[in-house]
Design a protein around this ligand. Structure first.
Ligand code: HEM
Length: 243
């Protein structure tokens, strides 16, 4: 079992790292030929950074458009961030001081994470308009995350795994060696779903995480009068025509 999980996680890590690098490169080189920031938009670079920070940290445009999705969506994402930060201790011999500080908050965040996810899932069943456009993968992502959260909570509250052994396992896994540890059922479910999520990440809607930074309606400066907007390929065409 230890060998299986070590191999699975090495594979999943290669897939997520290479997959994300490929997708981000693709986003990077995709031309944005038009000046289309959603107005009112910032007129300086610093303003764009501030706008993007508000978008990523408090989901500003979602807040303006739909309060219910905002409540559940924001609750889920903030809780996920806390939960993931709490997990850093499995990958560091001596965790950073702030990782120790957030441990208790991360514990409660597991509940708010699952509540947020259940709200987002209910929305896909209850709201007819959303149900109509929901694809199987929309449900799949939510259900996977819910089961990751519930299996984590079961380990936290009901069937305690040997977390010292899990830490040893992942520390040596990072050094490319395998130590033998025992796995209980919730841990098997938890780790299998996490690995699966890592593998499908670069091919799925979860790409909205890096994708938001490449959204022209959010990352452009509103300065079309001061500076002519011309994408790289159009600029090249212009130079060729002149030549
Ligand atoms: C290789 C990666 C991971 C390992 C080794 C791991 C392991 C564990 C373990 C041992 C626990 C029980 C903690 C305790 O009893 O104190 C736990 C809890 C939990 N895990 Fe994971 N997990 C991993 C990745 C993830 C990911 C990616 C998510 C979310 C998408 C997640 C969500 C949770 C939640 C919500 C809990 C319950 C709250 C908590 O105790 O922190 N885990 N995990």
């Amino acid at each position: 079992m230890s060998t299986f999980f070590a191999l699975l996680f090495w594979f999943a890590t290669v897939v997520i790292v290479l997959g994300l690098a490929f997708k981000i490169r693709q986003y990077w080189v995709t031309p944005a030929p038009l000046k289309i920031p959603t107005t009112p938009a910032p007129t300086t670079q610093a303003g764009v950074v501030y706008r993007m920070a508000k978008e990523v940290i408090v989901f500003e445009s979602l807040f303006k458009s739909n309060k219910w999705i905002w409540v559940f969506g924001w609750m889920f994402h903030v809780s996920l961030a806390l939960v993931l930060a709490r997990h850093i201790r499995y990958f560091q011999e001596q965790p950073w001081f702030w990782v120790n500080i957030i441990q208790p908050f991360g514990k409660y965040a597991a509940f708010t994470m699952v509540i947020g996810l259940l709200g987002l899932l209910a929305r896909r069943f209850v709201v007819a308009r959303v149900r109509y456009i929901s694809a199987p993968s929309d449900y799949l992502m939510l259900i996977m995350l819910i089961f990751i959260g519930i299996s984590g909570l079961v380990m936290q509250l009901v069937v305690r795994p040997d977390i010292i052994a899990i830490k040893e396992f992942f520390l040596s896994w990072m050094g490319l060696s395998i130590v033998d540890i025992s796995f209980n059922t919730p841990l098997i479910i938890h780790l299998s779903l996490v690995a699966l999520l890592m593998i499908i990440f670069p091919f799925s809607k979860l790409l909205h995480a890096p994708g938001v930074f490449f959204s022209p309606t959010r990352n452009q400066i509103d300065n079309p009068r001061e500076k002519r907007h011309i994408s790289d390929w159009a600029a090249k065409l212009e130079t060729n025509n002149k030549g």
